[in-house]
Design a protein around this ligand. Structure first.
Ligand SMILES: Cc1cc2nc3c(=O)[nH]c(=O)nc-3n(C[C@H](O)[C@H](O)[C@H](O)COP(=O)(O)OP(=O)(O)OC[C@H]3O[C@@H](n4cnc5c(N)ncnc54)[C@H](O)[C@@H]3O)c2cc1C
Length: 461
C-alpha cells in the first residue's frame, strides 16, 4: 500500500507531491497521470525549431509559490521586457489605460479613447451599490460605473485570466477586494486609487523560463523522481473505493485495469474527472464539482520573418463587443527577451480563441483558425502580414474553470463532503493561476499529513 497517491500530474499534482515529500521525506508517494506527459496546461512544443509555450506562458512573480518553486529547483527566472499591453478597441490598438484594477479605473478620465465621452462621464459618476451575498463582477461594476467599463475593460482583462463572461463570474471569487470594498460601503474607484498608489517594488510582475514555463513541471517531475517519488504517465485513474484504512484505486485501460492501494489520496485532476471519481464515495462533493463549467480555448502560434510584428507592445486584448474572432494576442518575441535571443531571425506571435460558451470555436478546423487569427492580426496592425514561416495550433478543450456566482460556497461544499484521507487541489478551487494552483496543492498536502499523523498516533496508542 502506498502512503499517498496523487491523481493528476499537472502543476497542482506535482506541487502536492513535492510538498508531501518535503514534509515527510520517507513517505511512499505515487503520482498517477492519465495522459502521456506531465504538466497539464503547462506544455512546450516546437515552432520554427524553438521550444515555446503552447499553454500557460508565465507565472505571477508577486506571489511566492511559483517563483519559490523555480528558485528551489535551481532554474533561472526570465523576466518580460518593459513593454506595455494594448487594447484593440473601436478599430484601433490603444495603450492599455494605466492605473486600473482589473479594468476598474482609479480616474475615469484615463479611459478616454477606449470609452467615448458619455461612457467616461458615466464612469466618473460612480453609483453606490448595495450588495447582499455574491453577484457577478460584471453586474457589480456595471451598477457602479456603467456597462461600457464592463464591456470594454473588465471583459477583456477578466477574459485574459478566466476566458469567462464577466456577467457570470463571481465577484467574491474573482475580485474579492472589489466585493469587500463595496460591501463595506466604499467605492470601486477609491479601491483602484489605493491599489494604484500602493508602494510597489521594482521587481517584475511576471516570470517565465527560457524555453517556456512548460519546463517547470518537467524539471519538478525529474526532481521528484530523483528523490524516489513514483510518477506514472498513461495511468488513468478510473475508480476510487474505500478499503480499511484507505482507498483502492482502479487504474489503466478498461480492458486491463489494475488496482493500487493508498492510505490517502490527493485529487489534482480537473473538476469533471474528479466528480466522476467521487460519485460513489463523496456524492455531495461530486455534485458540487459537476456544477463547475470549463471554457475551451485554442492558441495559434506563428513565426514570421523578423520585422513583421512591432516591438513596442507585448500584444493586445480584444473586448468581446468588438465582434472579432480572437480574444487576445501576445507578441511573444517582443514580450520575452529570452525568445528574441533564442530566435533572432523570427517574430513569434500567438493569438487565442475561445471564451466561455463558445464551443463552436473548437469545432473549426486548424487551417480555418490559423487563417482567422492572421486576418485579425492584420486587422489590428492595419496592414497585410507576410505568410508565416511556421504555424502551430494547440487546442485546450476544458482549459479554464469558470468561477460562476456562488463559487466560494460550491468549493466549501466540495471540501466539506470529502471523506478523511482525501483532499482536492488544482485550478477548480482557489484560483486558476499557477501560484494559486500550487497553494491549493500545499493546502491539500498539509491537510492529509495532519490526518496521517493522527492515524499513526492512534494506532500507536
Ligand atoms: C491556454 C491556457 C493558458 C494559460 N496561461 C496561464 C498563464 O500564463 N499563467 C498562469 O498562471 N496560468 C495560466 N493558465 C492557467 C493555468 O495554467 C492552469 O489553471 C493550471 O496549470 C492548472 O493546473 P492543474 O494542475 O490544476 O490542472 P491541469 O493542468 O489540468 O492538470 C491536471 C492533470 O490531471 C490529469 N488527469 C485528469 N483526469 C485524470 C485521471 N482520471 N487520472 C489521472 N490523471 C488525470 C490530466 O491529464 C492533467 O495532466 C492558462 C491556462 C490555459 C488553458
Amino acid at each position: 500500500m502506498a502512503d499517498i497517491v496523487v491523481v493528476g500530474a499537472g502543476i497542482a499534482g506535482l506541487a502536492a507531491a513535492e510538498r508531501l515529500l518535503q514534509q515527510e521525506p520517507g513517505a511512499d508517494i505515487v503520482v498517477l497521470e492519465g495522459s502521456s506527459r506531465v504538466g497539464g496546461k503547462l506544455h512546450v512544443g516546437e515552432l520554427a525549431g524553438q521550444q515555446i509555450d503552447l499553454g500557460a506562458e508565465a507565472v505571477l512573480a508577486r506571489r511566492p509559490e511559483a517563483v519559490g518553486l523555480i528558485d528551489q529547483l535551481g532554474l533561472t527566472r526570465e523576466s518580460p521586457a518593459a513593454v506595455g499591453a494594448s487594447l484593440w478597441s473601436r478599430g484601433a490598438l490603444r495603450t492599455m489605460p494605466q492605473g486600473t484594477l482589473m479594468g476598474i479605473p482609479a480616474d475615469a478620465s484615463t479611459l478616454a479613447g477606449v470609452l467615448d465621452a458619455d461612457e467616461v462621464s458615466r464612469a466618473a459618476h460612480e453609483q453606490p451599490v448595495h450588495v447582499e451575498g455574491d453577484l457577478s463582477l460584471g453586474s457589480l461594476v456595471e451598477q457602479a460605473l456603467g456597462p461600457a467599463v464592463v464591456d470594454r475593460l473588465i471583459e477583456p482583462l477578466l477574459g485574459g485570466v478566466y476566458a469567462g463572461d464577466a456577467r457570470k463570474l463571481s465577484a467574491q471569487a474573482c475580485l474579492p477586494a472589489a466585493y469587500d470594498a463595496v460591501a463595506a460601503g466604499g467605492t470601486l474607484t477609491a479601491l483602484a486609487a489605493r491599489a494604484a498608489h500602493a508602494p510597489r517594488s521594482d521587481a517584475p510582475v511576471f516570470a517565465s523560463l527560457a524555453g517556456g514555463i512548460g519546463g517547470l513541471p518537467i524539471a519538478l517531475a525529474q526532481h521528484l523522481a530523483a528523490k524516489g517519488v513514483t510518477i506514472e504517465t498513461g495511468a488513468m485513474v478510473r475508480e476510487i473505493a474505500y478499503i480499511t484504512n484507505g482507498f483502492e484505486l482502479t487504474v489503466g485501460s478498461a480492458r486491463e485495469p489494475r488496482t493500487l492501494r493508498a492510505e490517502a489520496v490527493v485529487l489534482a485532476a480537473p473538476a469533471a474527472p474528479t466528480a466522476r471519481l467521487l460519485r460513489d464515495i463523496a456524492p455531495d462533493s461530486a455534485q458540487a464539482l459537476a456544477a463547475i463549467d470549463y471554457a475551451s480555448m485554442v492558441l495559434v502560434s506563428y513565426a514570421f520573418e523578423r520585422g513583421a510584428i512591432p516591438d513596442d507592445t507585448s500584444g493586445f486584448l480584444v473586448p468581446p463587443v468588438e465582434g472579432r474572432d480572437i480574444k487576445a494576442s501576445t507578441f511573444s518575441s517582443a514580450k520575452w527577451p529570452w525568445l528574441r535571443t533564442a530566435l533572432p531571425a523570427y517574430d513569434v506571435v500567438r493569438v487565442s480563441f475561445g471564451r466561455a460558451g463558445e464551443v463552436h470555436t473548437l469545432q473549426r478546423p486548424d487551417e480555418e483558425l490559423a487563417a482567422a487569427g492572421l486576418a485579425d492580426l492584420a486587422g489590428a496592425l492595419g496592414r497585410a502580414l507576410p505568410a508565416p514561416v511556421d504555424t502551430r495550433v494547440q487546442r485546450w478543450g476544458g482549459g479554464l474553470p469558470q468561477y460562476a456566482v456562488g463559487h466560494l460556497d460550491r468549493v466549501a461544499a466540495i471540501r466539506a463532503g470529502l471523506p478523511a484521507g482525501l483532499a482536492v487541489a488544482g485550478a477548480a478551487y482557489d484560483g486558476v493561476g499557477i501560484p494559486a494552483c500550487i497553494a491549493s496543492a500545499h493546502r491539500a498536502s498539509d491537510q492529509l499529513l495532519t490526518r496521517l499523523a493522527g492515524t499513526t498516533q492512534e494506532s500507536e496508542e
